[in-house]
Design a protein around this ligand. Structure first.
Ligand code: NAP
Length: 259
């Protein structure tokens, strides 16, 4: 399917690896020029070079922490007038509700709620003026079904979801769509680190930890960054102009719910 976005320009945050990289790759495959971001420059430059070589699109790489004001200023300055924004950042650490301090909550809210909101506030006016824009926020299945050990993520991402629900309807009339893409378990470094935590806590092998988690997913495996990226690219396409304020769950059936 021709996504109809060849020649558009996208900012994809936190995209040297994992789900962000999957989104960048799928957009590059659709002919979209990219601004990529991550904190570490080695993997970022390698990803940028790979996408340039494979897809012949322009790729600008900005090494910066997207959850800081300085980082966002540097990334937004390099990005300029983007048509597509994919927000993403690392997820908060696991833990227990009784252990988190106010500072822990502020850090999670900053990274997974206030950072995507600040990025949207920065790019939405230009998109609306030009009459076209696509925003996809990478959130989590925890928005639909809370994950007990990830209370910081449950809280911050649900706050972002409420903001998107209201704001998406306010900008839709200008040709701009905002939607959220909710990953269930995907085979990325993040999943490996969560499996490592379970293995250490339960005294089992990584394979055993992974096998146990597979049984919680009806598809019987983890999702891939490529599958995730393909869905993101569709949500950024010309075909998705009637999709507003939705929470698209990609979880292999893991969330047991009717809606
Ligand atoms: P990942 O494989 O660990 O990749 C994270 C990417 O983000 C890397 O490129 C990393 O590069 C970059 N990054 C992290 N923090 C950053 C920051 N502050 N500023 C800029 N770049 C940053 O993670 P993932 O699995 O793709 O997960 C992406 C998001 O989806 C996370 O918020 C995660 O919690 C959420 N999620 C993932 C899953 C899953 O199963 N994978 C499920 C639900 C939700 P640097 O480290 O060099 O900065």
């Amino acid at each position: 399917m021709d996504l109809g976005i060849k020649g558009k320009r996208a900012l994809v945050c936190a995209s040297s690896k994992g789900l962000g990289k999957g989104c960048a790759e799928a957009l590059a495959g659709a002919g979209v020029d990219l601004v990529l971001n991550a904190r570490g420059s080695d993997a970022l430059e390698a990803t940028a070079a790979d996408l340039r070589a494979r897809f012949g699109v322009e790729v600008v790489a900005v090494a910066a922490d997207i959850t800081t004001e300085d980082g966002r200023t540097a990334v937004l300055a390099a990005a300029g007038d983007v048509d597509i924004l994919v927000t993403n950042a690392g997820g908060p650490p696991p833990g227990m509700w009784k252990d988190w301090s106010r500072d822990d909550f502020i850090k999670a809210l900053d990274a997974n709620m206030l950072t995507p909101i600040a990025l949207m506030q920065a790019v939405l006016p230009g998109m609306m003026e030009r009459g076209w824009g696509r925003v996809v926020n990478i959130t989590s299945q925890s928005v639909k079904s809370p994950i007990p050990a990830l209370g910081l993520s449950n809280a911050a991402r649900t706050g972002l979801t409420g903001f998107v629900a209201g704001t998406s309807r306010q900008v839709a009339g200008s040709g701009v769509t905002i939607n959220n893409l909710l990953p269930g378990i995907h085979a990325t470094d993040r999943a490996i680190s969560l499996d490592g935590g379970v293995a250490a806590k339960e005294g089992i092998s990584m394979d055993e930890a992974r096998a146990r988690r597979f049984t919680t997913i009806p598809v019987g495996r983890y999702g891939t960054a490529q599958e995730f990226g393909a869905t993101c690219a569709f949500m950024c396409s010309q075909h998705a102009g009637f999709m507003i304020g939705q929470n698209v769950l990609l979880d292999g059936g893991g969330v047991n719910a009717t809606f």
